[in-house]
Design a protein around this ligand. Sequence first.
Ligand code: FE2
Length: 387
Amino acid sequence: MEMGICYGGVPTKIHNNTMGIRGYDFIEFYSGAGKMFAYWHAKAMGLDIVAYKGPETGHRDRMSFLLASESNPNFKIVITSALQPETYDIHSFLNRHGDGVKRWTVEVDNVEVTYAKALKNGAIPVKDPYKLEDKDGYVDMAAIRLYDDCEINFVNYDNYKGLFQPGFEKPHFDWNIERNDTGLKGIDHIVGNVNINEMDYWASYINKSLDFETFVDFGPGDISTQYSALISKVVRSKDDIIKNPINEPYDGLKRSQIEEYIMQYHGSGIQHIAILTTDIITTVSNLRKNGVEFLDPPPNSYYEDIASKDFGLTEDIKELQKNNILIDVEGKGYLLQIFTKPIGDRPTFFYEIIQRRKGASGFGQGNFQALFEAIEVDQAKRGNLDK
Ligand code: FE2
């Protein structure tokens, strides 16, 4: 990371929020087949296996893989699976939701201070501050509750010199994976889907607990297709380093993608993580070569419409169209984005790849129509569109 440039998701000690939040830290998935889930992230997403925890490192009940981006080692994903029948926290999560995001973490200046403030503001405690220790020092952590089985964790590594966290060691294996460089830079935003009548509760819970604010509020009618609809609120830290949209289904003629998610996930949870790149055309074409599946392209008229607008597009529109990348013009800026198909067995979690240009700060509102219609094509194939 270059000095002075914040990619989002890259913790920096220079921040401007009352909770001492430095930025996104790792995301942790629970998976029924952690090794294969990790392999997919290495091969398809182009991430490196940086550290490992499991029986070989003295942990007999679970196995965890830490993956990070070569372009930015601070972009971290942990994938964990259970090795024993009594590893209940993982089994109960997987039994209900399938593979999914258990927790997202933020690095903070002082875990005890942030946790105490969050609880005072109404956060529901999950785990009081604790230390993980080994010969390299200690890592501070604590957790508060988020919707359903999901958590937000606070973490601080200032007193730790090791690879990641105590228990993790350099991988004892080499999968010798050939793949194309994907240039993933960090987390831009994390989106949750919640059950009917829960969005306002969770938006206000996060806002109060973490001293965040509502940045955008999409009401009924703002986001809908011919068949389905949703409502959405974007909550964010006041310095904009953490952004968390929350979607809720809204009544439509057919079943919305949010309803499908909740039905298949059996509850509320993380729907997608948007990952930043500074060269979306190369990133997406290399992800495709690595085997990542993206949603179907919008109609040709979508690109004809964009081409007719004069907003200083730097990229070659033919290259964008070739890669099915969506464009959303926003004042003097614009953003480029694309969505993968769900990565696991159920139509639940997926990734977004995003590049922000000239200060664009939105979430691709102009693309909602094209996006949702593309998702509905797949929903219909799964038999989940009709109510
Ligand atoms: Fe998004």
